[in-house]
Design a binder for this molecule. Structure first.
Ligand code: WT7
Length: 652
């Protein structure tokens, strides 16, 4: 983010106080802050008591082996029981848990009682396939109810799931299955995307050739497209799940039993398997979901548009909402299929009360025009949420005006795969909102902005965002790599968690997020590592060297820009530029997934490097963003930037 944008942000003076009627009825009370302040651990005890435990805990937090935390020590519970069965037992079995809207327009309504039967069947089927408590199960599915059912079935039997986003490549899937030693993969023939069936199983077929840990592949039939079949490994969901008993007695597991692993990009080429456990995770996801969205499970219709392959889908489609007994919409497809009003049509059809989406989507809707949402009835909406990247004030104000009818509170929620749940956010009905700022840590959460030496910066200054206290839904580590966990998050500043984001405190002490300060890009709210894409490029036989930067992009926040040096023996000349660039872009899509496909690939003769050989991405970012190139004095060869610009025909 440039200094200019930064100062624009901090001159944002619009304020949106809560409406009185909303504030009077709001679930979140200002007293929550005081309660948490007075006794933080007692506050979290109180939140944990909203769940149903089999055995109570004896200690709230054990931080004696920091940074490895244990929350609700000695407590036992079953996560799936908390998300499903207890609502049925409380007499709410007939409440709809999921309104499923398929992209082609097919629908399915699943009550809590049905969800209990479906999850029980799936749990029995998994047991029948040899999955046991403590095992890992990979899930590679489109946004269909079976994705939720599979996750809950794993939780029910104490196996950890590792959901891999359906847009990831066979190779990305293979490396994740392998890292977690998954015993079973759950997938489908395909899903619907932009009006046609899109295959998933071929990627699994390719992946499992090289994953010795996988014993079976469980396949949901969604599109009925042709699939290759391996009689030894493949089993149809409709054969083994549909015939399984719909009764399964959930057993309680330790509060620290692994619930899931979710891979996310770090600053090196190898994705990190972020580990989350049960009691603390469910406590914080349900507490935040209730208070941040002002959730009234008996009447609200909540909709989070994320994919289950990301942490937002885990925490705010599956675990938080279901633990709270919410009724929610799950939509399979894209916002522009079959028309650009699809989201608003869904809001109108189901009378959605809370909508949780991403700034990149909001900016896209702005681009498509105000008249599209204006032609639907959006008056059911009560709270709007934003997540994934900083939301620029103009998009915030547009969201409130054109989607929220100039009426709804907006919650800009900052968190990460690692934090498991929302950490910084206004509370609707309590906080006077500032467009563009996530503002304040939630009650029970410790946040600060510090300088290079870990000193808190004064109001009006910027620095690094840190989390100063352990929190219940914090990651418990990186799967199989405790050292990397300590190095990545706990070594930059002694004893406090380094989030990797830059932030600024305004004159009131409110927090403004400024984007990543490490080699991680944020493209449409998805985290991508520069190094990972560089490795993918270098794995192409024509590429000698590659440097990747995230350049700001009006719609996607950042876009991937790659600079490559081709190998001398690639026999490259200018006339083939276009073909080579297409080949390299497709190569990245194949290696990692279409989301990582560079917007631009620039063929250059040299890369800017320091004397110690480190690529100066900052200078390349200047080129990619069409800015005057900054200070080049630390370059080993200061003429390199001229060469690059000349080669690209750049005028600046
Ligand atoms: C990174 C985490 C949290 C679920 C989706 C992304 C950025 C996230 C915000 C926000 C500014 C945000 C940060 C963070 N981010 N939410 N409201 N304002 N930045 O999860 O893939 O783990 O990415 O997303 O840079 O570190 P993730």
């Amino acid at each position: 983010m440039t200094d200019e944008t930064l100062s624009n942000l901090l001159h944002e003076e619009r304020r949106f106080p809560p409406e009185k009627a909303f504030a009077d009825a709001a679930l979140a009370r200002p007293e929550l802050y005081q309660a948490a302040q007075q006794d933080r651990l007692a506050f979290w005890d109180e939140q944990a008591r909203a769940l149903t435990w089999e055995t109570p805990w004896t200690q709230t937090l054990d931080w004696s082996n920091a940074p490895f935390a244990r929350w609700f020590v000695g407590g036992t519970l079953n996560v799936a029981y908390n998300c499903v069965d207890r609502h049925v037992e409380a007499g709410n079995g007939e409440r709809v848990a999921i309104y499923f809207e398929g992209e082609p327009g097919d629908t399915r309504e699943i009550t809590y009682a049905e969800l209990q039967r479906e999850v029980s069947k799936a749990a029995n089927a998994l047991l029948g396939l040899g999955v046991e408590a403590g095992d890992r199960v990979a899930i590679y599915l489109p946004m269909i109810p079976e994705a939720v059912i599979s996750m809950l079935a794993c939780a029910r039997i104490g196996a950890a799931h590792s959901v891999v986003f359906g847009g990831f490549s066979a190779e990305a899937l293979r490396s994740r299955i392998d890292d977690a030693d998954a015993k079973l993969v759950i997938t489908s023939d395909g899903g619907y995307r932009r009006g046609s069936p899109s295959a998933l199983k071929p990627a699994v077929d390719a992946a499992v050739v090289n994953t010795p840990s996988v014993q079976k592949v469980l396949v949901v039939q969604r599109t009925k497209q042709d699939v290759a079949w391996n009689d030894e490994k493949d089993v149809w969901w409709h054969d083994v799940v549909d015939s399984a008993s719909d009764v399964h007695a959930p057993q309680a597991f330790d509060a620290e039993n692994p619930l899931f692993i979710l891979y996310t990009s770090g600053t090196t080429g190898k994705p990190k398997g972020i580990l989350h456990t049960s009691g603390g995770y469910l406590t914080q996801t349900s507490y935040t979901h209730r208070n941040v969205f002002d959730l009234r499970p008996e009447k609200d219709i909540y909709w989070c548009t994320a994919d289950i392959g990301w942490v937002t889908g885990h925490s705010y489609i599956v675990y938080g909402p279901l633990a709270n007994g919410a009724t929610q919409v799950i939509y399979e497809g894209t916002p522009d299929t079959p028309h650009k009003g699809r989201f608003w049509e869904i809001v109108q059809k189901y009378k959605v009360t809370q909508l949780y989406t991403a700034p990149t989507a909001i900016r896209t809707f702005m681009k498509w025009g105000d008249d599209i949402p204006a032609s639907f009835d959006l008056s059911s909406l009560r709270v709007l949420g934003s997540v994934g990247e900083p939301i620029n004030p103009e998009a915030w104000v547009w969201y409130r005006k054109h989607i929220g009818g100039d009426r709804t509170p907006i919650v800009d929620t900052w968190w990460q795969t690692e934090t498991g749940a929302i950490m910084i956010s206004p509370l609707p009905g309590v906080t006077t909102a500032k467009p563009g700022s996530a503002q304040v840590p939630l009650p029970g959460i410790g946040v600060d902005v510090v300088d290079n030496d870990a000193n808190p910066v004064p109001n009006g200054s910027g620095g690094f965002l840190v989390l100063t206290e352990p929190w219940p839904s914090m990651l418990r580590g990186i799967w199989g790599d405790p050292e990397r966990y300590k190095d990545t998050y706990w070594s930059r500043f002694d004893g406090i968690y380094f989030a990797g984001d830059g932030a600024k405190k305004d004159e009131d002490g409110d927090i403004w997020l400024l984007g990543r300060v490490d080699d991680v890009m944020n493209v449409s709210g998805h985290r991508l590592s520069t190094t990972e894409i560089e490795s993918a490029l270098v794995s192409h036989p024509k590429v000698a060297e590659a440097a990747v930067v995230g350049a700001s992009d009006e719609t996607t926040g950042q876009a991937v820009c790659a600079f490559v040096i081709l190998r001398g023996d690639a026999g490259y000349d200018e006339s083939q530029a276009e073909a080579v660039i297409t080949e390299l872009r497709n190569h990245v899509a194949k290696e990692i997934g279409p989301i990582a496909k560079p917007r631009q690939v620039m063929v250059v003769a040299e890369l800017p490097k320091t004397r110690s050989g480190k690529i100066m991405r900052r200078l390349l970012q200047d080129v990619a963003e069409n800015r005057t190139v900054g200070d080049v004095t630390t370059l080993a060869d200061s003429t390199v930037m001229d060469l690059i610009k000349k080669g690209l025909g750049s005028s600046s």
